[in-house]
Design a protein around this ligand. Structure first.
Ligand code: 13P
Length: 249
C-alpha cells in the first residue's frame, strides 16, 4: 500500500506572517490525522516561518524550486543544502509554471532532481501536458518524454524517495479537473516510465500525485482512485479549512 501524500503548493502567495497564521489555524484541524502524509511548500522566504510553525506536528515543509549547483555566482538562486539548512525536507521540481515562464526544461529538471536526491531532499517532480498536446493526442508521448528525461542517468537506489506529480497544465488554476479515469490513465503511463528507468518494484511503490484544480468537492473522487497516490494542491491549499478538508477527503 502506498501512503497517500497531500501537498500544498502555495506558489507566490503569503508573507511569513500569513504563513504563521495559516499554520496556527491549520494544525489543530489535522492534529490527529496520520492516514496521509502532509506537506506544505511555501515560497523560499516563508520556509523558516513554516518550519518553525510546523515543529512538533506531522506536517513537513518543502520548497518550490532549487538550483542544481552546490554554490556559486548564480544571483537569485537557492541550492539544496540551503533548503535543508532551514529545515525544508521536500522540493517541487519542474512545475509547469516554471517550465512555462522561467525557462525550465527537461534537462534542468534532470539536473535539479539529481541534486535534490544527492543532498537527501525528497523531490516532487511535476510532469503534464498542455491543452494543445492533449487535443493533438500527444499526452502519452509528452509524459513519456518528460519522465524519461527527468530520470536520465539516475539509479533506482538514488531515486528511492522520488515522488511524481501529474499536473495537466489545462487543469491548473482553471477549475477544470481531470476526471479520475483520465488522471489514472496518465498515472499508468508515468508508472510505466518509472518501471523502465528503475524497475517494476520501484514503480509499484512510486507515489504519483494528481494536481490541477483539486478542491474539497472533488478530492474524494480523485483520491479514491487506486492509481492516484495523493494531490498537489494550489489555490485550495491557501485556506486552512479548505486544505484540511482536502487532506481529510
Ligand atoms: P491549482 O490547484 O490552483 O489548480 O494548482 C495546481 C498546481 O499547480 C499545484 O502545483
Amino acid at each position: 500500500m502506498r501512503k497517500k501524500l497531500i501537498a500544498a503548493n502555495w506558489k507566490m502567495y503569503k508573507t511569513p506572517d500569513q504563513a504563521r497564521d495559516f499554520f496556527r489555524d491549520f494544525l489543530p484541524l489535522v492534529q490527529a490525522h496520520d492516514r496521509d502524509e502532509i506537506v506544505v511548500c511555501p515560497t523560499y522566504l516563508c520556509l523558516d516561518a513554516a518550519v518553525t510553525a510546523a515543529k512538533g506536528s506531522s506536517v513537513a515543509v518543502g520548497a518550490q524550486n532549487l538550483h542544481w549547483e552546490k554554490e556559486g555566482a548564480f544571483t537569485g538562486e537557492v541550492n539544496a543544502a540551503m533548503l535543508l539548512a532551514v529545515g525544508a525536507t521536500r522540493v517541487i521540481i519542474g512545475h509547469s509554471e516554471r517550465r512555462q515562464y522561467f525557462g525550465e526544461t527537461d534537462d534542468t529538471v534532470n539536473l535539479k532532481l539529481k541534486s535534490a536526491l544527492e543532498a537527501g531532499l525528497i523531490p516532487i517532480v511535476c510532469v503534464g501536458e498542455v491543452l494543445e498536446e492533449r487535443e493533438a493526442g500527444l499526452t502519452d508521448d509528452v509524459l513519456r518524454r518528460q519522465c524519461m528525461r527527468a530520470f536520465y542517468k539516475i539509479s533506482a537506489k538514488k531515486a528511492a524517495k522520488l515522488v511524481v506529480a501529474y499536473e495537466p497544465v489545462w487543469a491548473i488554476g482553471t477549475g477544470k479537473t481531470a476526471t479520475p479515469q483520465l488522471a489514472s490513465d496518465a498515472h499508468i503511463i508515468i508508472r510505466g516510465e518509472a518501471a523502465k528507468a528503475f524497475g517494476q518494484e520501484f514503480a509499484d511503490n512510486l507515489r504519483i500525485l494528481y494536481g490541477g484544480s483539486v478542491k474539497p468537492e472533488n478530492a474524494t473522487a480523485l483520491m479514491s482512485e487506486p492509481e492516484i497516490d495523493g494531490g498537489l494542491v494550489g489555490g485550495a491549499s491557501l485556506d486552512p479549512k479548505s486544505f484540511s478538508a482536502i487532506v481529510k477527503y
